[in-house]
Design a binder for this molecule. Structure first.
Ligand code: HEC
Length: 91
């Protein structure tokens, strides 16, 4: 293989995913264990939740993330958001 086509392959691999969430669901579930010190997952159920959008969910996870020292990193916030969305919110 030669010529300019060689450059097309890495360009496609590096293209950002169209999906809104980039978090790792399995990691998110594990990271969420520490949140269980305060509350279970009951408040994420449809009849209890107050959060109405993916944007608000990410913001709230970030807000709770600052409760810890060190605070959750952006990637950890993404991972937990991805897990919460897949398991409960389904936005
Ligand atoms: C210090 C106790 C405490 C800790 C620690 C805590 N939470 Fe919470 N969380 C609450 C309380 C109390 C509420 C309900 C009232 C509110 O929203 O302020 C809540 C509400 C939420 C909600 C909103 C649910 C809804 O749809 O109404 C989300 C999402 C959430 N917490 C995620 C997390 C995550 C993720 C973590 C861990 C990174 C975490 N919380 C850690 C106390 C806590």
């Amino acid at each position: 293989m030669s010529g300019r086509w060689v450059w097309l392959i890495p360009a496609l691999l590096l293209a950002p995913a169209a999906h809104a969430l980039t978090g790792d669901v399995a990691r998110g579930e594990k990271l969420h264990e520490k949140c269980l010190n305060c509350h279970g997952t009951r408040l994420y159920e449809p009849d209890k939740r107050k959060i109405k959008s993916l944007k608000a969910l990410r913001k709230d996870v970030k807000r709770w993330g600052t409760y810890y020292a060190p605070a959750l990193s952006d990637q950890e916030v993404e991972d937990i958001t991805a897990w919460l969305n897949e398991k409960f919110y389904k936005f």
